[in-house]
Design a protein around this ligand. Sequence first.
Ligand code: UD1
Length: 422
Amino acid sequence: MDQFLITGSSRIAGEVTISGAKNAALPLLAAMILAETPTTLHNVPSLQDVRTLIRLIAGMGIDIQKQGDTVTCDTKSIDNFYAPYDLVKTMRASILVLGPLLARFGEAEVSLPGGCAIGSRPVDQHLKAFEAMGAHITVENGYVKAQAPKGGRLIGCNFSFDMITVGGTENVIMAAALAKGTTVLGNCALEPEVVDLANMLVAMGAKISGIGTATMTIEGVERLQGCEYSVVPDRIETGSYLAGALMTRGDVLAKKTNAALLYPVLEKFEAMGATITTGEDWIRAQMTVRPHPVDIRTQPHPGFPTDMQAQLMAICCLADGTSTIIENIFENRYMHVPELNRLGASIQVDGHTAVVKGVEHFTAAPVMATDLRASMSLVMAASAAEGESLIDRIYHIDRGYEDVENKLRALGVNIERINTND
Ligand code: UD1
């Protein structure tokens, strides 16, 4: 199991090129299953989660290859509609193959997902929507078995999600794209990655209106064709590197990104004292003062993203006052708190609320990465801390941050990967 050895304290400054968004690439890869002719996807990040999903899709007999940041996929040799536990357990987003398989082939058997331990994270909304489209769903031995109604096609319906779910919205719009008739989906997630998926489906021939709004109308078509498409930049990766500038009085220029995807985060960065400048495809964060405290509530987009909560908290740890953070999306997303406290932070959690009393500096310590995004808050905090910090369980970071050590080194972080099997 790899570890990072980080020797601080570093001023995080320089340029970083942002990769395609993991959370967009995964649904776009799943959507490739829907196309009858070959699809090409560009700007796909090289990440563990992407490799897992490609293996999952290849296991169905589909010809799917990744070369550099381009994935090509031809579905004509598909010979099964099965997603095994071994692969699905490592990544919750695997459930996204269920909608496309069910819609196109009328059947699917997909293991119930695992993923980060940040909450129970059920998929009831996905299944409820498929049932509303006429599917027969059973859950047996940890597997979801889904069958389309007689005739083999799902049937368009009116369905409103009980809560806002990113993956649920994605799975159901993919299924509705090939359903018979029109589906009107209410209470949809508005995340940029959902919009990216809807746009790719349209490029494949889907008929979707209301993209980027809470109500999407999808007029089912009989078949979808392959297309050439490029994944949106990763707004969370962007925010994570910019956060480093705020923690170290640094100066980070993030390139190949999009400020429009990130404004709820950039607003908070400005409130903390950063100077943010943006261009068409870049964002620069400059920090010359100690961060000011802020209050944050995580919300579905366009609210403050839960995937930036840990990184924001790490900045608050160094603020000249007390910040309050409320996590509204996941019930167990404060596992990084004891680790940040080991690095000298002063954070107290009561239910969904974390109160962060600013301290002057972090102190080096051995810590353990707990989930994907939280890992990055620890890396940044360790970079800011004087001395050597060893971060364990960094496989979490490899799931979601492409080429992380090289990008951090280019920003002045003294980081080394240690392979404990050596
Ligand atoms: C996606 C992102 C993840 C992000 C999250 C919220 C991907 C691959 N992952 O996860 O990084 O943190 O959105 O922005 O895009 N829920 C249910 N029933 C359901 C579905 C969801 O109760 O059927 C609950 C979840 O347990 C959670 C909340 O709804 O508490 C939001 O989950 P959801 O938006 O579905 O997150 P994911 O799509 O899993």
